[in-house]
Design a protein around this ligand. Sequence first.
Ligand code: NZQ
Ligand code: ZN
Length: 386
Amino acid sequence: MINFTYHNPVKIVFGKGMIAKLAHLVPAGSKVMLAYGGGSIKKNGVYEQVCAALQGFEVVEFGGIEANPRYATCMEAAAKIKAAGVNFILAVGGGSVLDGAKFIAVAARFEDGDPWQVMEGKVPVTAALPLGCVLTLPATGSEMNCVSVVSRDDTGEKLAFSSGHVFPLFSILDPETTFSLPLRQVKNGIVDPFVHVMEQYVCRADNTPLQARQAEAILLTLLEEGPKVLADPENYAVRANLMWCATAALNNLLGCGVEAQDWSTHMIGHELTILYGLDHAQTLAVIMPLLYQHQIQRKQGRLAQCAERIWGVTTGTQREKAEQAIQKMKEFFEAVGVSTSLTSYGVNVEEAATKAAANLAKRGAKLGEYGDIGAEEVAAIIRSAQ
Ligand code: NZQ
Ligand code: ZN
């Protein structure tokens, strides 16, 4: 196990009716920006609950943060914050609203030119407005981590930054808010956490058996609960289990002490979203099986373990078990309704391979736990898509 420091300051407030707790969670006397997305919160009763809880606070609204939040929109919000003297951001929505709010929190305090430099990794974050969250879509884990992913139209980039300054002060997770999710987002919310766990688990990880079993616990729970939510969408217990799985999948606990994680599926997936507008989870369902097939020689040990412990495969060589793990993962994604075929999303495979590889090459990206998946390998991985 390698050395690590783990600190996660996010207060999680979980369960039905918990939105009312906002009144005590938002720091007293705050001037609050209520940041939200395209309007789902105004149709499912969440907006009313939030407004009721925020009585007594001065509130400035900012709606319209897009799925895959846009830099230009975030900059508009930051300008509004500065003009109105807002000192707390409450993000109400899915991962996109929260990621947008994290970038807005940095941009509103950024003194030194264009805050996009933070996304490019050129300057560190030194300050951010405090923020809190009411989560309505369990998938990304953003509610309990300090990562934000923002897209920029004029440069064709979808980039991420990470900073301890943007941990939410609190996140309210009320599973009842997820009843109104469109089916497509429910499905995405099964695949995204599954992939988050795999990226911390199927990688160079010497002698970290606890972390492996923590990962396997989440994978097995997703396998059980995923199909249940599709069969019985009104089941609160299932919604609650999935919500907690999504948070646990990316609050950085699983990766503690693990030698090197492999986030290349996410990095390649982000390119497909910016190029073709695929949902985040759709890109992951396509890329992860292809990437594992490409990297099978190096990953077969962990994949075979996954086959045994997750999928119950007991026969075959290590290589055959690894192949089974990839096949069964693909079947699971398909079974919960997220296609693993790139062409099924109307994307031309050859074009996607060329463009995504070129974008990553421009940034000199070297992906994977060995840092050696470059443009050529990315092109080959995407070219193997159907
Ligand atoms: O905008 P509104 O109207 O709210 O509608 C949203 C949006 O259209 C809708 N929705 C959310 N909650 C709802 C609801 N509709 C009905 N009822 C509800 N309760 O769902 C649509 C998608 O929302 P979005 O926030 O975009 O989805 P998700 O949570 O999957 O977030 C995806 C973004 O997170 C990034 C992705 O790259 C992508 O940009 N990620 C962030 C990570 C992080 N911060 O750690 C890690 C992830 O791997 C990921 O990269
Ligand atoms: Zn993800």
